[in-house]
Design a binder for this molecule. Structure first.
Ligand code: ASP
Length: 460
């Protein structure tokens, strides 16, 4: 196959030839769905022959259905090379030692245009080649544990990570960074918060919303901020370090059990829910925002508790949910269910008998709230009280995903439901708090004059 049409075959190849358009050419494509402009990317050899892949000016790649194409025209040509130069990472004894564990996700990747796949760029040498500032921060060593997008993370990976972290701490590391896909970073952060307790060093998770081949990538800044936090901060907790919401100048450190991805594409996608972030990180400063946190220590003791019961589920309640949803979980041997209920923690009446059957069968059921902010309150309405009588346990202000992880972790240790309850309702690392601070819940609506005035101050 000619190199001009890298990876294209069958129908797709015919179309490229018909319009004399090459891979890497800047092209206008007229389709029945409108006009698209961008660079034709090479196609994975394993992919179908029904689509062309076009990189838009925004950096996003789209697939254009061959059957919709009316006309195509080249207007330029831009071959891209994304080889990251590998340089030896300069080590010096006066800098702190940081270990970076790779699990995958956008942060660890660059696009391989030959296959269309996103492949990892990960050794210390590659990272140093891409982000030389890292050498000013710490002595970095890396280890690739997995190379998956984060929807593929799960209990096995959580436990492997927890054990690997334990070993590094024992060996004397000053801080740990975990590169991770952003989509489920908050699940893993919660899992590690429970599985790695009383760490003497910071454990900082980091990701990026935009891959490093895009001009607006947050990968480099996030990495610099995360390694800074891991090597210099005195906050020895499991945290997520990601882009701050009001400028590029800083990242926020979010507690692992209170953090959530809240936007599908913004770089400042992570928010602390039900609290304020622990700290702000710039290149040269870490500013704590909270007073209470676990401090860094020089000893090497840490508790690694790698347990997980996989037959645990989370049920997001919707009006008119039928009881067979709960029944089928019980019939399939699930041992724990977290419900994300409406308002203060409600589900409809038809679910009550199913819930009673489930709890009588020994299934642990915990209630959380879909609102994310605020506490479950099941004693305000009679219906809530009924549910509690049927065996549902209100889970305070555990976030639904955190409750799911905690229940899996608790049931992984014991099947005694009283013990599980004790574990679930005892705060371990900010997962349950005494209350929300007055400045925790801040979701403003644009358009309101005073909000607009506030936004204008930092929106350039
Ligand atoms: N889908 C990716 C993941 O979560 C997105 C990212 O890395 O930000 O692995």
């Amino acid at each position: 196959m000619s190199d001009m049409f890298k990876g294209y075959k069958g129908k797709a190849l015919e179309v490229l030839k018909r319009f004399k358009v090459r891979v890497w050419s800047e092209t206008t494509i007229n389709t029945t769905r409108g006009e698209f402009k961008g660079i034709i990317l090479p196609r994975s050899e394993n992919d179908d022959d029904e689509h062309l892949v076009l990189k838009l000016a925004t950096g996003y790649n789209i697939g254009v259905d061959i059957d919709t194409i009316i006309e195509m025209k080249e207007y330029g040509y831009k071959e891209a090379h994304y080889k990251i130069p590998e340089k030896e990472f300069p080590m010096s004894p006066e800098k702190p030692y940081v270990k970076l564990f790779g699990t995958g996700g956008t942060i660890a990747s660059r696009l391989d245009y030959r296959t269309g796949a996103v492949i990892p760029a990960f050794s210390p040498g590659e990272l140093y080649g891409a982000v030389p500032e890292l050498a000013d921060v710490c002595n970095l060593t890396t280890e690739k544990l997995f190379a998956v997008f984060s929807e593929n993370m799960g209990p096995m990976q959580y436990m492997t990570l927890a054990k690997a972290i334990g070993q590094e701490i024992e060996k004397g590391i000053d801080g740990i960074v975990i590169g991770h896909g952003t989509d489920t970073m908050h699940h893993t952060a919660a899992a590690l918060s429970f599985m790695v307790q009383d760490s003497p060093v910071p454990i900082v998770m980091v990701g990026s919303q935009r891959s490093s081949d895009r001009p607006s990538s947050d990968a480099a800044l996030n990495l610099i901020h995360a390694t800074t936090a891991a090597s210099r901060s005195d906050i020895a907790e499991v945290m997520v370090c990601m882009f701050g919401p009001t400028s590029d100048e800083y990242a926020l450190l979010h507690r692992g059990t209170r953090v959530r991805k809240m936007h599908s594409s913004y770089r400042s996608t992570f928010r602390t829910i039900g609290d304020i972030p622990i700290a702000m990180v710039t290149r040269d400063k870490i500013t704590p925002l909270k007073k209470e946190y676990h401090r860094r220590r020089s000893d090497r003791s840490v508790k690694i508790l790698p347990y997980f019961e996989e037959r645990v589920s989370i049920v997001y309640y919707y009006p008119n949910m039928h009881p067979d949803i709960i029944d089928s979980l019980v019939d399939n041997g699930y041992k724990g269910i977290v419900i994300a209920g409406t308002g203060l923690g409600h589900v409809n009446k038809p679910l009550y008998p199913a819930i009673e059957r489930a709890t009588k069968a020994g299934v642990a059921i915990y209630m959380t709230v879909q609102t994310l902010w605020g506490f479950v309150h099941m004693f305000v309405y009679e219906t809530g009280r009924d549910l509690v009588n049927k065996g549902i346990i209100p889970a305070e202000n555990l976030l639904p995903e955190v409750a799911y992880i905690k229940l899996g972790w608790a049931l992984g240790q014991t099947k005694n439901l009283e013990e599980v309850k004790k574990i679930m309702l005892t705060p371990i690392c900010g997962d349950i708090t005494d209350g929300e601070p007055y400045n925790g819940y801040l979701i403003y609506q644009g358009g309101i004059p005073e909000v607009e005035e506030f936004i204008r101050k930092f929106h350039k």
